[in-house]
Design a protein around this ligand. Structure first.
Ligand SMILES: [Zn+2]
Length: 366
C-alpha cells in the first residue's frame, strides 16, 4: 500500500507515513428495516410527539417502493464499507406488518454474513399489549430470524408497565434470549421503570443480558433518584445503548462510568421517517457522541472510540473485534490518522477494511 496522506480536510499537521490500525466498530442500536438508504429522497411530514412519529413511520413503511431486504442491505453494506463489523438491528414486528421486516433484514444479513455479524431484536414499535396479535408474532419471530426480545415504553406507549415487563421477560425466559428495551420516558417515571427492569433482570437471573435503548431518564443528572437507579442497573449488569441524536439528551459518561453502568453506541434510525440524518458510519457516530457529550481531553475522545468498538463488542460478543491485537490482526481497519483522538475528531473514512485477512471492497461486498 502506498503511504497514506492526511485527508485534505483534516486540521491535523501531516507527519507522513501515518497509518492508524484499529479494531472494527459495533453499531449497537440501528433500525435497518425503516431506512430509505439507497432509495430516492423521502420528504418527512412534521411531527412533534412520539405518537405522530410512530404513525408517520408506519405510513412510510407501508408506502415504501423498495423491499425491506433491499433497503436494509443498502444501509448495512454502507456500514460494512465504513468499518462496522457487528450490529444489533431493532426490527419492527406488529400486527400491521407481520414478520416481513424480520424476514427482509435476515435475508440482507445473510448476503453480508462474511463481513457483518447481525443480531436482530424483535421490536414491537407499534405497541405490544396495546396492539393485539403482536406478542404472538414476537414469539413466532424468534423461530424465523429474530435473536433477541425487544420492548418499548411499557408505561407511556403500552399503558401497562407490569404487564409489558411480564410479557417480554417471560418470552425471553421461555426462549433463552437476551432483552433490549426502548425506553424514551424521562424523569422519575422513566427512572422507576429502569429500577423495575433492573429488579426483574436480577430476579430472572439475567445478569448482563438486558439492555435499555435511549434511556433518556439517565441523562438528567438533576434527578435525585438517578444515582440509586444507576447502582441498581450496575448490580443487574444492565447496558445502556445511546445514539447521541440531534436534540435528544445524552448521558453524562463520567457518571455512568463511576456507577459501573456500561454504555454502547448506535445509529438508531438512518434516513427514515424519524430523521433525515444518519450515515450508517460509526466513525461519524462516535464523533457525534464526543461532540454531544462535550469531549475535551484525549481521554474523553478515546472513551468515545472505546464505546463504539470494544464496549459494543462486549455487548454483542464479537470475537473479530475482541481479539484485535494490532496491525497484524485478521480483522482490522486502517485509517490515515495520527491517533485515536484525532480519528474521533476528523472522522475520516477507513482507508481499508480487512476481514479475515482480506480487504473488503465495494465489489466484494456486493
Ligand atoms: Zn431505536
Amino acid at each position: 500500500m502506498s503511504t497514506p496522506s492526511i485527508p485534505a480536510e483534516s486540521g491535523a499537521r501531516p507527519t507522513g507515513g501515518i497509518l492508524l490500525t484499529t479494531p472494527g466498530f459495533v453499531d449497537a442500536h440501528i433500525h435497518p428495516d425503516k431506512t430509505t438508504w439507497g432509495s430516492g429522497w423521502f420528504s418527512r411530514p412534521p411531527a412533534n410527539d412520539l405518537a405522530t412519529l410512530i404513525r408517520n413511520d408506519l405510513q412510510a413503511q407501508l408506502a415504501a417502493g423498495d423491499s425491506v431486504e433491499e433497503r436494509a442491505f443498502a444501509l448495512m453494506r454502507q456500514a460494512v464499507l465504513n468499518g462496522t463489523m457487528a450490529m444489533r438491528a431493532h426490527v419492527d414486528v406488529g400486527s400491521q406488518i407481520g414478520l416481513k421486516n424480520i424476514h427482509g433484514v435476515r435475508a440482507a444479513a445473510e448476503r453480508l454474513a462474511s463481513f457483518l455479524d447481525v443480531q436482530i431484536v424483535a421490536f414491537p414499535q407499534f405497541g405490544l399489549l396495546s396492539n393485539p396479535g403482536t406478542l404472538e408474532l414476537m414469539e413466532a419471530s424468534l423461530g424465523e430470524g429474530a435473536d433477541l426480545v425487544g420492548g418499548i415504553d411499557p408505561e407511556s406507549l403500552d399503558g401497562d408497565v407490569h404487564g409489558h415487563l411480564d410479557a417480554v421477560f417471560s418470552l425471553a425466559g421461555r426462549h433463552s434470549r437476551d432483552l433490549d428495551i426502548h425506553l424514551h420516558d424521562t424523569g422519575p417515571g422513566g427512572l422507576a421503570q429502569l429500577r423495575l427492569i433492573a429488579q426483574r433482570t436480577m430476579a430472572e437471573g439475567m445478569h448482563g443480558r438486558v439492555t435499555v435503548g435511549h434511556a433518556f431518564a439517565l441523562c438528567d443528572s438533576t434527578q435525585p433518584e438517578l444515582g440509586a437507579t444507576l447502582d441498581l442497573m450496575a448490580e443487574a449488569g444492565m447496558w445502556m445503548a445511546t445514539c447521541a441524536l440531534g436534540a435528544d439528551p445524552v448521558p453524562v459518561l463520567d457518571l455512568l462510568e463511576r456507577h459501573g453502568v456500561r454504555v454502547a453506541l448506535g445509529s438508531d434510525g438512518v434516513r427514515d421517517a424519524w430523521s433525515p440524518f444518519g450515515t450508517g458510519s460509526m466513525v461519524d457516530r462516535m464523533h457525534l457522541l464526543g461532540y454531544r457529550t462535550g469531549a475535551l481531553t484525549d481521554s474523553d475522545l478515546e472513551r468515545c472510540f472505546r464505546i463504539a468498538t470494544s464496549s459494543g463488542a462486549d455487548l454483542l460478543d464479537t470475537p473479530a473485534i475482541k481479539d484485535f491485537s494490532g496491525a497484524g490482526s485478521a480483522d482490522r481497519l486502517e485509517f490515515a490518522a495520527n491517533s485515536i483522538p484525532e480519528l474521533v475528531v476528523d472522522r475520516p473514512s477507513p482507508l481499508a477494511v480487512i476481514r479475515k485477512g482480506r480487504a473488503v471492497s465495494r465489489e466484494s461486498v456486493g
